[in-house]
Write a protein that binds this ligand. Structure first.
Ligand SMILES: Cc1ncc(COP(=O)(O)O)c(C=O)c1O
Length: 413
Protein backbone atom coordinates (compact mmCIF):
# COMPACT_ATOMS: atom_id res chain seq x y z
CA UNK A 1 0.00 0.00 0.00
CA UNK A 2 1.35 3.47 -0.81
CA UNK A 3 1.22 6.15 1.82
CA UNK A 4 0.64 9.73 0.73
CA UNK A 5 2.70 12.20 2.75
CA UNK A 6 0.76 14.07 5.39
CA UNK A 7 0.12 17.68 4.51
CA UNK A 8 0.79 18.97 8.02
CA UNK A 9 4.21 17.35 8.49
CA UNK A 10 6.06 20.62 8.26
CA UNK A 11 4.17 22.33 11.06
CA UNK A 12 4.72 19.32 13.25
CA UNK A 13 8.48 19.60 12.72
CA UNK A 14 8.32 23.18 14.00
CA UNK A 15 6.17 22.30 16.98
CA UNK A 16 8.46 19.41 17.84
CA UNK A 17 11.42 21.78 18.11
CA UNK A 18 9.60 23.50 20.99
CA UNK A 19 9.98 20.36 23.13
CA UNK A 20 13.54 20.01 24.49
CA UNK A 21 13.00 16.46 25.75
CA UNK A 22 12.19 15.22 22.24
CA UNK A 23 15.60 16.30 20.95
CA UNK A 24 17.48 13.50 22.73
CA UNK A 25 18.55 9.96 21.84
CA UNK A 26 17.44 7.01 23.94
CA UNK A 27 19.39 3.76 23.73
CA UNK A 28 21.42 5.19 20.87
CA UNK A 29 18.41 6.18 18.73
CA UNK A 30 16.55 9.49 18.38
CA UNK A 31 13.64 9.33 20.81
CA UNK A 32 10.21 8.49 19.40
CA UNK A 33 7.73 9.35 22.14
CA UNK A 34 4.39 7.59 21.67
CA UNK A 35 3.16 7.65 25.26
CA UNK A 36 1.46 11.03 25.49
CA UNK A 37 -1.79 9.49 26.74
CA UNK A 38 0.06 8.57 29.93
CA UNK A 39 1.82 11.92 30.22
CA UNK A 40 2.50 14.48 27.52
CA UNK A 41 5.79 16.35 27.19
CA UNK A 42 6.18 20.04 28.02
CA UNK A 43 7.27 22.78 25.62
CA UNK A 44 10.18 25.04 26.59
CA UNK A 45 7.74 27.87 27.31
CA UNK A 46 6.11 25.82 30.10
CA UNK A 47 9.44 24.76 31.56
CA UNK A 48 10.62 28.37 31.48
CA UNK A 49 7.41 29.77 33.02
CA UNK A 50 7.82 27.41 35.97
CA UNK A 51 11.55 28.15 36.31
CA UNK A 52 11.02 31.91 36.06
CA UNK A 53 8.36 31.79 38.75
CA UNK A 54 10.67 29.76 41.02
CA UNK A 55 13.59 32.12 40.34
CA UNK A 56 11.77 35.43 40.65
CA UNK A 57 8.26 35.29 42.10
CA UNK A 58 7.84 32.37 44.48
CA UNK A 59 5.77 33.07 47.61
CA UNK A 60 2.52 31.70 48.99
CA UNK A 61 -0.64 32.91 47.27
CA UNK A 62 -3.69 34.80 48.56
CA UNK A 63 -2.32 35.65 51.98
CA UNK A 64 0.59 38.01 51.71
CA UNK A 65 0.78 41.78 51.53
CA UNK A 66 4.30 41.74 50.13
CA UNK A 67 5.26 42.08 46.49
CA UNK A 68 6.28 38.47 45.82
CA UNK A 69 3.01 37.18 47.23
CA UNK A 70 1.08 39.59 44.99
CA UNK A 71 3.07 38.47 41.95
CA UNK A 72 2.56 34.79 42.78
CA UNK A 73 -1.17 35.37 43.33
CA UNK A 74 -1.57 37.31 40.08
CA UNK A 75 0.22 34.62 38.07
CA UNK A 76 -1.72 31.80 39.76
CA UNK A 77 -5.11 33.48 39.36
CA UNK A 78 -4.15 34.53 35.84
CA UNK A 79 -3.77 30.84 35.00
CA UNK A 80 -7.30 30.21 36.29
CA UNK A 81 -8.57 32.88 33.89
CA UNK A 82 -6.73 31.21 31.02
CA UNK A 83 -8.31 27.85 31.91
CA UNK A 84 -11.77 29.45 32.04
CA UNK A 85 -11.26 30.96 28.63
CA UNK A 86 -9.77 27.73 27.19
CA UNK A 87 -12.85 25.63 28.00
CA UNK A 88 -15.31 28.54 27.69
CA UNK A 89 -16.70 28.30 31.22
CA UNK A 90 -19.10 31.10 32.14
CA UNK A 91 -17.14 32.22 35.18
CA UNK A 92 -13.78 31.77 36.92
CA UNK A 93 -15.74 30.68 40.00
CA UNK A 94 -16.50 27.45 38.12
CA UNK A 95 -12.82 26.52 37.77
CA UNK A 96 -11.65 24.48 40.77
CA UNK A 97 -7.92 23.77 40.69
CA UNK A 98 -7.04 20.23 41.78
CA UNK A 99 -4.10 17.85 41.58
CA UNK A 100 -5.53 16.10 38.52
CA UNK A 101 -8.49 14.30 37.01
CA UNK A 102 -8.43 11.73 39.81
CA UNK A 103 -8.89 14.34 42.51
CA UNK A 104 -11.51 16.20 40.46
CA UNK A 105 -13.63 13.07 40.14
CA UNK A 106 -13.21 12.13 43.80
CA UNK A 107 -14.31 15.65 44.73
CA UNK A 108 -17.56 15.23 42.79
CA UNK A 109 -18.07 11.73 44.19
CA UNK A 110 -17.70 12.85 47.79
CA UNK A 111 -19.13 16.38 47.75
CA UNK A 112 -21.85 16.10 45.12
CA UNK A 113 -22.90 12.45 45.11
CA UNK A 114 -22.34 11.18 48.62
CA UNK A 115 -24.77 13.57 50.34
CA UNK A 116 -27.39 13.05 47.62
CA UNK A 117 -27.56 9.29 47.04
CA UNK A 118 -28.69 6.27 49.01
CA UNK A 119 -30.19 2.80 48.54
CA UNK A 120 -32.34 2.71 45.42
CA UNK A 121 -30.21 5.25 43.57
CA UNK A 122 -27.85 4.40 40.71
CA UNK A 123 -24.61 5.87 39.46
CA UNK A 124 -24.22 5.16 35.76
CA UNK A 125 -20.79 4.77 34.14
CA UNK A 126 -19.59 2.95 31.03
CA UNK A 127 -17.43 -0.08 30.32
CA UNK A 128 -14.81 2.22 28.74
CA UNK A 129 -13.79 4.07 31.89
CA UNK A 130 -10.36 4.58 33.41
CA UNK A 131 -10.10 3.34 37.01
CA UNK A 132 -10.23 7.00 38.10
CA UNK A 133 -13.80 7.10 36.78
CA UNK A 134 -14.79 3.77 38.36
CA UNK A 135 -13.31 3.45 41.84
CA UNK A 136 -14.48 6.82 43.26
CA UNK A 137 -18.07 5.78 42.38
CA UNK A 138 -17.59 2.34 43.92
CA UNK A 139 -16.49 4.08 47.12
CA UNK A 140 -19.62 6.25 47.13
CA UNK A 141 -21.78 3.19 46.51
CA UNK A 142 -20.14 1.40 49.45
CA UNK A 143 -20.65 4.47 51.62
CA UNK A 144 -24.28 5.08 50.70
CA UNK A 145 -25.85 1.85 49.47
CA UNK A 146 -26.31 3.23 45.94
CA UNK A 147 -25.73 0.90 43.00
CA UNK A 148 -23.07 1.23 40.27
CA UNK A 149 -24.41 0.37 36.82
CA UNK A 150 -22.28 0.02 33.70
CA UNK A 151 -23.29 0.73 30.10
CA UNK A 152 -21.82 -1.88 27.72
CA UNK A 153 -19.55 -1.43 24.69
CA UNK A 154 -19.48 -3.34 21.42
CA UNK A 155 -16.63 -5.31 19.84
CA UNK A 156 -15.17 -2.14 18.31
CA UNK A 157 -15.00 -0.45 21.70
CA UNK A 158 -17.97 1.88 21.16
CA UNK A 159 -20.88 2.58 23.45
CA UNK A 160 -24.18 1.02 22.36
CA UNK A 161 -26.34 4.16 22.16
CA UNK A 162 -29.77 2.54 22.50
CA UNK A 163 -28.68 0.56 25.53
CA UNK A 164 -27.15 3.65 27.11
CA UNK A 165 -30.32 5.68 26.54
CA UNK A 166 -32.40 2.88 28.06
CA UNK A 167 -30.19 2.88 31.16
CA UNK A 168 -30.89 6.59 31.79
CA UNK A 169 -33.73 5.86 34.20
CA UNK A 170 -35.28 8.04 36.91
CA UNK A 171 -33.22 6.44 39.66
CA UNK A 172 -29.87 7.48 38.08
CA UNK A 173 -28.35 10.16 40.31
CA UNK A 174 -25.33 10.85 38.09
CA UNK A 175 -23.84 9.74 34.80
CA UNK A 176 -20.02 9.72 34.61
CA UNK A 177 -18.53 9.14 31.17
CA UNK A 178 -15.12 9.57 29.56
CA UNK A 179 -14.76 11.99 26.66
CA UNK A 180 -12.06 9.85 25.01
CA UNK A 181 -11.07 6.34 26.15
CA UNK A 182 -7.43 6.20 27.23
CA UNK A 183 -7.21 2.46 26.47
CA UNK A 184 -8.93 2.42 23.06
CA UNK A 185 -9.06 6.01 21.84
CA UNK A 186 -12.84 5.92 21.32
CA UNK A 187 -14.37 9.40 21.20
CA UNK A 188 -17.73 9.22 22.93
CA UNK A 189 -20.63 11.34 21.59
CA UNK A 190 -20.62 13.35 24.81
CA UNK A 191 -22.77 16.20 23.54
CA UNK A 192 -25.59 13.86 22.64
CA UNK A 193 -25.11 11.90 25.86
CA UNK A 194 -25.43 15.09 27.93
CA UNK A 195 -28.47 16.19 25.97
CA UNK A 196 -30.23 12.82 26.49
CA UNK A 197 -29.30 12.79 30.17
CA UNK A 198 -30.58 16.36 30.60
CA UNK A 199 -33.95 15.37 29.18
CA UNK A 200 -34.18 12.90 32.06
CA UNK A 201 -32.82 15.32 34.67
CA UNK A 202 -29.57 13.35 35.16
CA UNK A 203 -26.42 15.37 35.98
CA UNK A 204 -23.37 14.44 33.89
CA UNK A 205 -19.68 14.37 34.70
CA UNK A 206 -17.29 14.07 31.77
CA UNK A 207 -13.82 12.66 32.38
CA UNK A 208 -11.95 14.84 29.91
CA UNK A 209 -8.40 13.68 30.70
CA UNK A 210 -7.94 12.46 27.11
CA UNK A 211 -10.26 15.00 25.48
CA UNK A 212 -8.77 18.38 26.37
CA UNK A 213 -5.28 17.68 24.92
CA UNK A 214 -6.62 16.76 21.48
CA UNK A 215 -9.69 18.85 20.59
CA UNK A 216 -11.60 22.02 21.36
CA UNK A 217 -13.62 21.59 24.53
CA UNK A 218 -16.43 24.06 25.18
CA UNK A 219 -18.18 23.17 28.42
CA UNK A 220 -21.08 25.51 27.73
CA UNK A 221 -21.66 23.99 24.33
CA UNK A 222 -21.44 20.49 25.84
CA UNK A 223 -23.81 21.68 28.58
CA UNK A 224 -22.23 19.22 31.05
CA UNK A 225 -22.41 19.71 34.81
CA UNK A 226 -18.83 18.64 35.56
CA UNK A 227 -15.75 18.29 33.35
CA UNK A 228 -12.50 16.92 34.86
CA UNK A 229 -9.00 17.01 33.36
CA UNK A 230 -5.27 16.86 34.16
CA UNK A 231 -2.50 19.36 33.41
CA UNK A 232 0.17 16.79 32.66
CA UNK A 233 -1.77 15.28 29.76
CA UNK A 234 -2.14 18.69 28.11
CA UNK A 235 1.56 19.63 28.06
CA UNK A 236 1.58 21.17 31.53
CA UNK A 237 3.18 20.07 34.82
CA UNK A 238 2.21 16.99 36.82
CA UNK A 239 0.16 17.49 39.99
CA UNK A 240 -2.19 20.00 38.36
CA UNK A 241 -5.75 19.51 37.28
CA UNK A 242 -9.12 21.11 36.89
CA UNK A 243 -12.67 20.46 37.89
CA UNK A 244 -15.09 22.56 35.90
CA UNK A 245 -18.45 22.57 37.66
CA UNK A 246 -21.59 24.63 37.21
CA UNK A 247 -21.66 27.39 39.79
CA UNK A 248 -25.09 26.54 41.21
CA UNK A 249 -23.92 22.96 41.84
CA UNK A 250 -20.67 24.07 43.51
CA UNK A 251 -22.70 26.45 45.65
CA UNK A 252 -24.88 23.60 46.84
CA UNK A 253 -21.97 21.26 47.64
CA UNK A 254 -20.13 21.00 50.97
CA UNK A 255 -16.33 21.45 50.93
CA UNK A 256 -14.28 18.41 49.90
CA UNK A 257 -11.42 19.07 52.33
CA UNK A 258 -10.97 21.44 55.23
CA UNK A 259 -7.96 23.64 55.92
CA UNK A 260 -6.41 27.00 55.17
CA UNK A 261 -7.61 29.13 52.27
CA UNK A 262 -11.05 27.50 52.03
CA UNK A 263 -12.45 29.58 54.92
CA UNK A 264 -13.53 33.15 55.62
CA UNK A 265 -13.82 32.81 59.39
CA UNK A 266 -12.98 30.06 61.84
CA UNK A 267 -13.88 29.63 65.49
CA UNK A 268 -14.13 26.45 67.52
CA UNK A 269 -17.90 26.69 67.30
CA UNK A 270 -18.24 27.08 63.54
CA UNK A 271 -16.55 27.95 60.29
CA UNK A 272 -17.70 30.17 57.46
CA UNK A 273 -16.44 28.84 54.16
CA UNK A 274 -14.74 30.92 51.52
CA UNK A 275 -16.45 31.98 48.30
CA UNK A 276 -16.22 29.93 45.12
CA UNK A 277 -14.01 28.40 43.92
CA UNK A 278 -11.78 28.70 47.02
CA UNK A 279 -14.26 26.73 49.15
CA UNK A 280 -12.91 23.67 47.31
CA UNK A 281 -9.21 24.55 47.45
CA UNK A 282 -7.90 23.78 50.93
CA UNK A 283 -4.22 24.29 51.70
CA UNK A 284 -1.30 25.65 49.70
CA UNK A 285 -1.85 24.71 46.05
CA UNK A 286 0.63 23.64 43.38
CA UNK A 287 1.42 27.26 42.53
CA UNK A 288 4.29 26.73 40.11
CA UNK A 289 2.46 23.84 38.41
CA UNK A 290 -0.68 25.89 37.82
CA UNK A 291 1.41 28.74 36.39
CA UNK A 292 2.99 26.17 34.08
CA UNK A 293 -0.48 24.96 33.11
CA UNK A 294 -1.35 28.54 32.18
CA UNK A 295 1.73 28.64 29.95
CA UNK A 296 0.68 25.32 28.35
CA UNK A 297 -2.70 26.85 27.51
CA UNK A 298 -1.00 29.90 25.96
CA UNK A 299 1.08 27.51 23.87
CA UNK A 300 -1.93 25.44 22.72
CA UNK A 301 -3.96 28.53 21.91
CA UNK A 302 -1.13 29.96 19.83
CA UNK A 303 -1.29 26.86 17.60
CA UNK A 304 -5.08 26.51 17.85
CA UNK A 305 -6.96 23.41 18.98
CA UNK A 306 -8.82 22.95 15.66
CA UNK A 307 -5.45 22.82 13.88
CA UNK A 308 -4.12 20.32 16.41
CA UNK A 309 -7.22 18.14 16.05
CA UNK A 310 -6.99 18.16 12.24
CA UNK A 311 -3.31 17.31 12.23
CA UNK A 312 -3.68 14.53 14.79
CA UNK A 313 -6.67 13.00 12.97
CA UNK A 314 -4.55 12.70 9.85
CA UNK A 315 -1.59 11.26 11.74
CA UNK A 316 -3.79 8.84 13.69
CA UNK A 317 -5.37 7.53 10.48
CA UNK A 318 -1.89 7.08 9.06
CA UNK A 319 -0.74 5.19 12.16
CA UNK A 320 -3.75 2.86 12.04
CA UNK A 321 -3.24 2.24 8.33
CA UNK A 322 0.45 1.40 8.80
CA UNK A 323 -0.21 -0.85 11.78
CA UNK A 324 -3.00 -2.65 9.94
CA UNK A 325 -0.52 -3.64 7.22
CA UNK A 326 1.57 -5.65 9.68
CA UNK A 327 1.21 -9.44 9.65
CA UNK A 328 0.06 -10.84 12.96
CA UNK A 329 -1.35 -7.59 14.34
CA UNK A 330 -4.64 -7.41 16.21
CA UNK A 331 -5.94 -3.88 16.65
CA UNK A 332 -7.92 -3.48 19.87
CA UNK A 333 -10.35 -0.58 19.66
CA UNK A 334 -11.57 0.16 16.16
CA UNK A 335 -14.34 2.68 16.83
CA UNK A 336 -15.43 4.90 13.95
CA UNK A 337 -14.51 8.04 15.89
CA UNK A 338 -11.12 7.97 17.59
CA UNK A 339 -8.37 10.22 18.91
CA UNK A 340 -4.67 9.80 19.64
CA UNK A 341 -4.59 6.19 20.80
CA UNK A 342 -4.16 2.81 19.13
CA UNK A 343 -3.98 -0.36 21.22
CA UNK A 344 -2.75 -3.58 19.63
CA UNK A 345 -1.38 -7.08 20.12
CA UNK A 346 1.35 -8.52 17.89
CA UNK A 347 1.62 -12.27 17.27
CA UNK A 348 1.91 -13.96 20.65
CA UNK A 349 4.46 -11.48 21.96
CA UNK A 350 3.72 -10.38 25.52
CA UNK A 351 3.08 -6.64 25.52
CA UNK A 352 5.76 -5.99 28.17
CA UNK A 353 8.35 -7.81 26.04
CA UNK A 354 7.24 -5.82 23.03
CA UNK A 355 7.52 -2.55 24.95
CA UNK A 356 11.05 -3.47 26.06
CA UNK A 357 12.21 -4.38 22.55
CA UNK A 358 10.79 -1.10 21.25
CA UNK A 359 12.50 0.85 24.02
CA UNK A 360 15.83 -0.65 22.93
CA UNK A 361 15.14 1.00 19.58
CA UNK A 362 14.31 4.37 21.14
CA UNK A 363 10.54 3.98 20.74
CA UNK A 364 8.47 4.65 23.87
CA UNK A 365 5.02 3.06 24.00
CA UNK A 366 2.88 1.96 26.97
CA UNK A 367 2.03 -1.65 27.75
CA UNK A 368 -0.37 -3.32 30.16
CA UNK A 369 -3.96 -2.65 31.21
CA UNK A 370 -3.71 1.17 31.01
CA UNK A 371 -5.69 1.56 34.26
CA UNK A 372 -8.72 0.21 32.43
CA UNK A 373 -8.87 -3.44 33.52
CA UNK A 374 -12.59 -3.83 32.72
CA UNK A 375 -11.86 -2.84 29.10
CA UNK A 376 -9.21 -5.58 28.93
CA UNK A 377 -11.65 -8.08 30.43
CA UNK A 378 -14.25 -7.09 27.82
CA UNK A 379 -11.78 -8.06 25.07
CA UNK A 380 -10.60 -11.21 26.89
CA UNK A 381 -7.00 -10.01 27.22
CA UNK A 382 -4.68 -9.05 30.05
CA UNK A 383 -3.29 -5.96 28.37
CA UNK A 384 -2.24 -4.32 25.13
CA UNK A 385 0.57 -2.34 23.63
CA UNK A 386 -0.58 1.24 23.16
CA UNK A 387 0.85 3.92 20.91
CA UNK A 388 -0.54 7.39 21.60
CA UNK A 389 0.27 10.47 19.58
CA UNK A 390 0.30 14.21 20.19
CA UNK A 391 0.76 17.07 17.73
CA UNK A 392 4.56 16.88 18.15
CA UNK A 393 4.63 13.42 16.56
CA UNK A 394 5.03 12.95 12.81
CA UNK A 395 5.11 10.40 10.01
CA UNK A 396 8.74 9.50 10.78
CA UNK A 397 7.68 8.48 14.29
CA UNK A 398 5.11 6.12 12.83
CA UNK A 399 7.71 4.68 10.42
CA UNK A 400 10.07 4.09 13.34
CA UNK A 401 7.26 2.42 15.33
CA UNK A 402 6.46 0.07 12.45
CA UNK A 403 10.14 -0.71 11.84
CA UNK A 404 10.64 -1.48 15.52
CA UNK A 405 7.62 -3.80 15.49
CA UNK A 406 8.96 -5.64 12.44
CA UNK A 407 12.25 -6.10 14.26
CA UNK A 408 10.42 -7.41 17.36
CA UNK A 409 8.65 -9.96 15.14
CA UNK A 410 12.03 -11.10 13.80
CA UNK A 411 13.45 -11.42 17.32
CA UNK A 412 10.47 -13.44 18.57
CA UNK A 413 9.83 -15.22 15.26
C1 LIG B 1 -9.35 8.84 30.77
C2 LIG B 1 -8.54 9.10 32.01
N1 LIG B 1 -9.16 9.46 33.14
C3 LIG B 1 -8.49 9.73 34.26
C4 LIG B 1 -7.13 9.61 34.32
C5 LIG B 1 -6.41 9.93 35.59
O1 LIG B 1 -5.63 11.06 35.41
P1 LIG B 1 -4.60 11.54 36.54
O2 LIG B 1 -3.77 10.34 36.88
O3 LIG B 1 -3.84 12.64 35.88
O4 LIG B 1 -5.43 12.01 37.69
C6 LIG B 1 -6.43 9.23 33.18
C7 LIG B 1 -4.98 9.04 33.19
O5 LIG B 1 -4.43 8.25 32.44
C8 LIG B 1 -7.16 8.98 31.99
O6 LIG B 1 -6.54 8.63 30.86
Amino acid sequence: MSHAPLTATESSANWRNDFPILQQSVNGQPLVYLDSAASAQQPASVIEAVARYQREDHANVHRGVHTLSHRATDAYEGARDKIRDFINAASRTEIVLTSGTTESINLVAQSFCRPRVGPGDKILITHLEHHANIVPWQLVCEQTGAELVVAPIDDRGQLEPDTLWSMMTDDVALLAVGHVSNALGTINPVKEIVSRAKQRGIPVLIDGAQGVPHMTVDVRDLDCDFYAFSGHKMFGPTGTGVLYAREDLLDSMPPYQGGGDMILEVSFESTIYNELPYKFEAGTPNISGVIGLGAAIDYLQAIGMPRIADYERELHDHMVERLSDLDGIRLVGTASSKASVQSFLLDNIHSHDLGTILDHQGVAIRTGHHCAMPVMTRFGIAGTSRASIAFYNNVDDIDRLVKALVKAKQIFG
